[in-house]
Design a protein around this ligand. Structure first.
Ligand code: PRP
Ligand code: URA
Length: 199
């Protein structure tokens, strides 16, 4: 289903409303994979029939940190899965000539260092934005970080893995290459523009 939905997102005829909805749905589906190893513990509850020992997520707290703007499109799906997760924001944009990320905003939950953090960004291109966002989180004491993207290219994955080997990366697709403007090919275009309808 993730691949089917991604195909519709890639299609240039797909408008912002459908693009946003599909990204939300895929994020929820990927969220299953990203959270599947969260530790559980036994709690005693009472069903209408009897007492039982049942499973619940143990103490570990979660934070979702989208890289603005496009990462915002993945937050709602994850929040549907984990309603109690706190949300922080890291604002980065790519300089159009150098393709290097520039930081313009950072607001994180006060106890971010005690949380498992899921960084979201649909596009992992050169990997510069993801690397810088992860570094910012580590500078604030985070030790349990996962990166969730939609479309990546091998060089972006390698850059993040080289800089942050402790961070697991979850992607729905690994595409072929980057073009001269550091856009993913075949990709889906500019994710932020397609989510927010800015072009
Ligand atoms: C896009 C995308 C990533 C970044 C990926 O954001 O959402 O954050 O590019 O590229 P990289 O891996 O080469 O760093 P963009 O800078 O276009 O900003 P926007 O989301 O505000 O449009
Ligand atoms: N950012 C995007 O939105 N798309 C790309 O293909 C690369 C970076």
């Amino acid at each position: 289903m993730i691949q089917h939905k991604l195909t519709i997102m890639r299609d240039k005829r797909t408008g912002s409303k459908d693009f946003r909805e599909l990204l939300k749905e895929i994020s929820l589906l990927m969220g299953y994979e990203v959270t599947r190893d969260i530790p559980l513990e036994d709690v005693e509850i009472e069903t209408p029939l009897c007492k039982m020992m049942a499973k619940e997520v143990s103490g570990r707290k979660l934070a979702i940190v989208p890289i603005l703007r496009a990462g915002m499109g993945m937050v709602e799906g994850l929040q549907t899965l984990v309603p109690v997760a706190k949300v922080g924001h890291i604002g980065l944009y790519r300089n159009e000539e150098t393709h290097n990320p520039v930081v313009y905003y950072c607001k994180l939950p006060e106890d971010i260092q005690d949380r498992m953090v899921i960084v979201t960004d649909p596009m992992l291109a050169t990997g510069g934005s993801a690397c810088d966002a992860i570094t910012m989180l580590k500078e604030r004491g985070c030790t349990n970080i996962r990166l969730m993207c939609l479309v990546a290219v091998p060089e972006g994955i390698k850059r993040v893995q080289d800089a942050h080997p402790d961070v697991d990366i979850y992607v729905a697709a690994v595409d072929d290459h980057l073009n001269e403007n550091a856009y993913i090919v075949p990709g889906l275009g500019d994710a932020g523009d397609r989510i927010f309808g800015t072009k």
